[in-house]
Design a protein around this ligand. Sequence first.
Ligand SMILES: Cc1cc2nc3c(=O)[nH]c(=O)nc-3n(C[C@H](O)[C@H](O)[C@H](O)COP(=O)(O)OP(=O)(O)OC[C@H]3O[C@@H](n4cnc5c(N)ncnc54)[C@H](O)[C@@H]3O)c2cc1C
Ligand code: SF4
Ligand code: SF4
Length: 439
Amino acid sequence: MKKYDAVVIGGGIAGMQCAVDLADQDFKVLLVEKKSSIGGTMIQLSKVFPTLDCASCITTPKMSETYKHPNITIMTLAEVTKIERRDDDRFTIKIHERPRYVHLDPCTGCNECAEACPVYIVDDYDMGLGIRKAVGVPFTNALPPKAVLHEDECIFCGRCATACPTDAIDYSMLPQDHEIDAGTVVLATGLLETPIIKEEYGGGQFKNVITGKQMERILAPHGPYGGIMRPSDGKQPLSIAYIQCAGSRDFSIGIPYCSRVCCMYATKQSMLLSAAAPLADITVYYMDLRAFGKGYEEFIQDAKAMGVSFIRGKVAKITEKENGDLVVRVEVFDEDGGLREFEHELVVLSIGLVPKWNPDGVVDVNTDQYGFIASANPNESPATTNIPGVYVAGVANGPMDIVDSIKSGSAAAMKASIYLNGGLREAPKTFKLVEMETK
Ligand SMILES: Cc1cc2nc3c(=O)[nH]c(=O)nc-3n(C[C@H](O)[C@H](O)[C@H](O)COP(=O)(O)OP(=O)(O)OC[C@H]3O[C@@H](n4cnc5c(N)ncnc54)[C@H](O)[C@@H]3O)c2cc1C
Ligand code: SF4
Ligand code: SF4
């Protein structure tokens, strides 16, 4: 059984921060990531609010620090299947690692395999808007900078193996199960965009109704279209609408909470679109604007000054016209009020955040009523869970922005470090947040 001081699950910004903070204290850390690269959601973003810094310019150095740290081992394509706390206060952790079909050491990341591969697949990094080959380095600044082969789509024609100059491709690789002995565990499994698109908003069937994360990819420098276009016909949209709370604060889909980041990311994207597509009119339909962080209110005022329109109201329905344009029916909340219709060429749903991972059957950690991992004491010690030695970081704990995810990664590292030094052995007293009726 391999031994580590800490196992951090999830290689997003929170997990990376936590791993680096522990490793800097000379603890040996295993970082377990489900995907083929670390970086999480943040590496897919275009720029970040409220500074409009390039997301990959901030994420890539953090990824590199994590990847190169002598005290951090990264295991990609891997998921934890069981976490058990033993009588000696340490943990036995079972991990299932899927085959990459590429040996990491000889792979140079040259991507000649991708050139040779005849199979195109939908690119999940580009949120389904682009295509890639069935083998190759997953994206430009992936870490590890190594190819991965997608077994479900591969036709095993052998062309990539022939093209590979270092014989790195190995079709006979098998999944591996590992058992790890660890002193502490941090859960940093992050977010998914709310997977439900309401029927009233097209149920996912309208090509020109996209999600916030898809717009992040369209706006990104290496995005799928190389510019601002709409999916149905590649037209540069002249009128773009944002619909806030499209997957949050909505009892009808069982997600009544606020996802905290959507008002700000919609405002950010509106500003980026004003620069990238200056002829486009941009309208944000919102119920309330929640600008909770430092500099956030000023950011929204800047967007208004740039000409972005904010209309207070609730979008009741979207209908699709034959030419792909969209009619948005809004119950407007201003003095004149009433039900009004507006036409747009592209609609972005500011869809909220849900937890990416469900710990059921893996570890007996408490979750809140929405499935986020619960803090034992949300006010005093948000990183602490009900299990001594198991800590939580980032959006795994509830919706939060990057700044808070980084703070939360460092907070979890501090608690984990105290535990490794012999503290925090007692089961913490647990406090429950007030629950909301979802029906
Ligand atoms: C469209 C959009 C735009 C945004 N824009 C901004 C912005 O401009 N500024 C800002 O501050 N915030 C923004 N955010 C929020 C920001 O993305 C999050 O705050 C941040 O990414 C959270 O980091 P995290 O590490 O907690 O989670 P994630 O980045 O989601 O990372 C979690 C990682 O854990 C991995 N994982 C999950 N389950 C498992 C498992 N079982 N085993 C192993 N690994 C697992 C995932 O693959 C992932 O790599 C935006 C969010 C969205 C959706
Ligand atoms: S698998 Fe081979 S061809 Fe593909 S990136 Fe790695 S070294 Fe290059
Ligand atoms: S074996 Fe699979 S991944 Fe390799 S070239 Fe053929 S289809 Fe592509």
